[in-house]
Design a protein around this ligand. Structure first.
Ligand SMILES: [Zn+2]
Length: 293
């Protein structure tokens, strides 16, 4: 338990300057041995593979040790991720509840330097290339619960927020977060700051993802074995056909050889029979005499 306290203390000290040296209000970190120990009401809506979660507005962080171990997440990464949720919520005060979930998840992953559910930019490359990734605005309305869609939502949030931080800087984004309230959405505050429409911003991000982030190459290399197999398939089929053909030819040759041998043996037998006068007896005598010579 003291290990958790140490990591929390260290990571708060590291994150505070990023949030304008925010004076952190009291909050609670609950450590659970197993997800099965948690009451159903508490984990309702929390994905089964989530190693931790924060209850915004209630100043609670929950860490789930068996999920951390099972998913291979690091204690530091999980604590830092959940701390970002808590600090961002405190930083925006009462209006923190108007921040979109994608911004929360994107910033938590960006500042933790780690993603949730194995999310990665490489997952997005094919979807963006195929034009099947919907606007980030969709995640604002509902964050998916099914594993594959949720992983994509985490990847999308992470990649877009990382790009925004790179493009406009963290202080500007936190100002945008603070401008967000019941009458001004985060998207509108961002458009006002960036002086670009949401459409333009997302186009620029997609362009960066495909051509500037290196994700396309990483994705290509991570799939190189499958690609090589696909490329090599016609060659493998040809080689297999050649091998099958040569085996059929060899079998045919063996059958011909066996037939020739059989015919030769029959001919020899007939010749011997003719030389012995045609009787079986002679053959027997010859055979009986053989050992005495
Ligand atoms: Zn999160």
């Amino acid at each position: 338990m003291s290990q958790v306290e140490d990591v929390v203390a260290r990571e708060i000290a590291d994150l505070q300057p990023l949030f304008d040296d925010l004076e952190v209000e009291r909050f609670f970190v609950h450590v659970h041995a197993a997800r099965a120990d948690l009451p159903e009401t508490l984990v309702a809506g929390v994905h089964g593979d989530a190693p931790g979660f924060a209850l915004l507005g209630r100043h609670q962080i929950h860490l789930v040790l068996d999920v951390i171990a099972r998913t291979g997440a690091t204690m530091k990464g999980v604590i830092r991720h959940e701390l970002v949720h808590e600090l961002l919520d405190q930083y925006c005060g009462q209006d923190g509840r108007y921040l979109p979930r994608w911004f929360h998840e994107g910033l938590a992953q960006t500042l933790a330097g780690d993603t949730y559910l194995g999310a990665s930019e490489e997952d997005l490359v094919w979807r963006v290339s195929a034009g099947s990734l919907r606007s980030i605005d969709v995640l604002d309305r509902s964050f998916p619960s099914a594993t594959t869609q949720r992983r994509t939502a985490y990847s999308h949030s992470f990649s877009y927020v990382s790009w925004l931080v790179r493009e406009y800087g963290l202080p500007a984004l936190l100002r945008v977060a603070r401008y967000t309230d019941s009458s001004t959405t985060f998207a509108r505050a961002l458009v006002a700051h960036a002086e670009r429409s949401t459409l333009e911003l997302e186009d620029r991000w997609r362009d960066y993802l495909l051509h500037g982030s290196g994700a396309r190459w990483r994705s290509l290399f991570s799939n190189w074995f499958s690609l090589l197999l696909i490329l090599a398939l016609p060659v493998l089929v040809l080689a297999l056909r050649r091998r099958l053909d040569s085996e059929v030819r060899a079998a045919r040759r063996l059958a011909q050889r066996a037939a020739q041998d059989r015919r030769a043996a029959e001919a020899r037998e007939a010749e011997l029979r003719a030389r012995a006068g045609g009787g079986d007896r002679g053959l027997e005598e010859e055979a009986d005499d053989a050992p005495l010579r």
